[in-house]
Design a protein around this ligand. Structure first.
Ligand code: ADP
Ligand code: MG
Length: 249
């Protein structure tokens, strides 16, 4: 059984079938990519995994425990972290302050704005955050205003903020969307590094085939809300159905 098991999940928006009977098993310790054309239901599926959406039917379990009916922060505490399509960082805060927030939340259960002063004076949290920034090769940017960083660095910070929560499953929704090639390649290297450094499972939704084939060990192709095929990258590349549905050939 995989670390993540999705069984017969369906989700409708009014009359629109965004997901129909989706089955997906993500093996522990792998990088599993979910690809498919625009509107295939990839983000909807991800939202069903993190409690942002509730499937109409089916089940989702993580490490054998059902995530259905749990709130996003509860699922997060179970060990699933998610990187959003647009970086979700606090632009007005410094890079270090941003990193302190998930470190604080990991230790104390939650971060609320009225805890800001207490957090800033907390030496243990500062130390953890600095350590995480070193891990992310961002120590030199610690004093920078987060908003003034490049898109690639914002993404790097955001991924680091997810890792500070020490997830066992990291979910990424098109992490290289809108990035220049150099930043995309840096993101690929970063994810490879993350994978090497810790026991973690990564499920990644990605449009850029260069990213997919650089990282993934398994690929699920979603088309019109249903998995079309799941296989290794080598087999996916030559699959006639995939070429037809996804690569437009
Ligand atoms: P993908 O991420 O693969 O591009 P999405 O999961 O975002 O696809 O969308 C799947 C389908 O569901 C699309 O047709 C989209 O327009 C529709 N959809 C997604 N979210 C909503 C929503 N909140 N309300 C209505 N329709 C939605
Ligand atoms: Mg999407």
């Amino acid at each position: 059984m995989g670390i993540l098991e999705v069984r017969d999940v369906s989700k409708n928006f009014g009359g629109l079938k965004a997901l129909s009977d989706v089955n997906l098993s993500v093996a522990e310790g792998t990088v599993h990519a979910i690809i498919g054309p625009n509107g295939a239901g990839k983000s909807t599926l991800l939202n069903c995994l993190v409690g942002k959406l509730i499937p109409d039917t089916g089940s989702v379990s993580f490490e054998g425990q059902s995530v259905l009916g749990r709130k996003p922060h509860e699922i997060n505490q179970m060990g699933i972290s998610r990187v959003f399509q647009t970086p979700e960082i606090f632009g007005d805060l410094s890079v270090l302050e941003n990193m302190m927030i998930p470190c604080f939340a990991k230790r104390d259960g939650a971060f609320e704005l009225n805890a800001y002063g207490r957090m800033m004076a907390d030496g243990e949290i500062v130390e953890r955050a600095e350590h995480m920034l070193e891990d992310m090769n961002m120590a030199d940017k610690r004093k920078m205003h987060a908003a003034s960083m490049s898109r690639g660095d914002k993404r790097r910070l955001e991924i680091g903020m997810c890792l500070a929560q020490e997830p066992r499953l990291l979910l990424l929704d098109e992490p290289t969307a809108g990035m220049a090639r150099a930043d995309t390649n840096n993101t690929i290297d970063l994810l490879k590094q993350i994978k090497e450094d810790r026991p973690i499972t990564i499920a990644i939704i990605e449009h850029d085939m260069h990213v997919v084939f650089s990282l993934a060990e398994r690929i699920t192709v979603l088309a019109q809300g249903t998995p079309l095929v799941e296989d290794t990258p080598a087999n996916i590349k030559g699959h006639p159905k995939v070429r037809e549905a996804y690569l437009g050939e």
